[in-house]
Design a protein around this ligand. Sequence first.
Ligand code: NAP
Length: 270
Amino acid sequence: MRPLALVTGASSGIGFEIAAQLSARGYDILGVGASGRIGSLEEKLREAADDDAPVGTVVPVRADLRTAEGVAQVWESFESLDRHLDVAVLNAGKSLGGSFVDTDLEDELELLELNITGQIRLAKRVVRTMASQRAGRILITASLSALTPTPYESIYGPTRAFTYAFAQGLREEMKEYGVSVTALLPGATATDFHHTAGMDNTVFGSNEWKNDPAEVARQGVDALFAGKDHVIGGNRATRRAALLNRVLPETAKARRFAKDSRPSRSGHAG
Ligand SMILES: NC(=O)c1ccc[n+]([C@@H]2O[C@H](COP(=O)([O-])OP(=O)(O)OC[C@H]3O[C@@H](n4cnc5c(N)ncnc54)[C@H](OP(=O)(O)O)[C@@H]3O)[C@@H](O)[C@H]2O)c1
């Protein structure tokens, strides 16, 4: 039997590419997405596969990971398979662009539900299962934004800082169970992400200059199997930006980030 990988956010972007790479490495995929497009995951994985490469079992789950019910639904789908969980990729996430003066509080609280609360709820299930198996590999998508203030995405960046720190702490705890935890820190990547965040009128809004999601996914999957603590996802410019984020003062990083995240037609309500 092929090993099994759970991948959240598998319907598009980085998560889809991670699912495709795991499928190519012989994994069955339990893929989670919020919208109906997760229903075409198997078809998309077949299209992405090399001609003679087999695609194994693909189980799509449409669930809202912001809610306890959504996470429970994912877990019921996993348990109904009665399988070992070899790999878990906690990747689903969103951002919300705009000045904090203007952005909607409810939208921001929902962002926390997806990027933090839902992540913890699912991680609890994954970690307990892998601890009892005494084996498993976990990949958690954080962001380069974990290493810098993120003006005009002022709630998003701190959620990814949480994710990165969570992954690093969990990694140490899980060693004794033979479970590895790896954080993927992509730089800006050409997916639906910034459009969904309402950031079309920012430098981040254009996908032309951004990293290729397939390349970012490959770096994440390679690091996962190498058992690394983290990997920067992206090209040389992204890796250079990561280095700068380690040395520049927070004020300078905030100014740099704002150049790419500030809406060009900003104007706050009221
Ligand atoms: N793109 C970047 O520049 C960038 C940079 C650094 C880090 N990241 C991180 O990479 C991860 C993936 O982002 P991406 O760039 O691949 O974006 P994306 O293409 O927009 O993909 C987001 C994925 O998350 C799923 N999702 C959204 N809300 C959900 C919910 N409530 N419940 C369950 N699933 C939900 C989406 O499902 P539906 O399609 O069905 O809605 C989709 O599969 C995120 O955690 C993000 O923080 C992205």
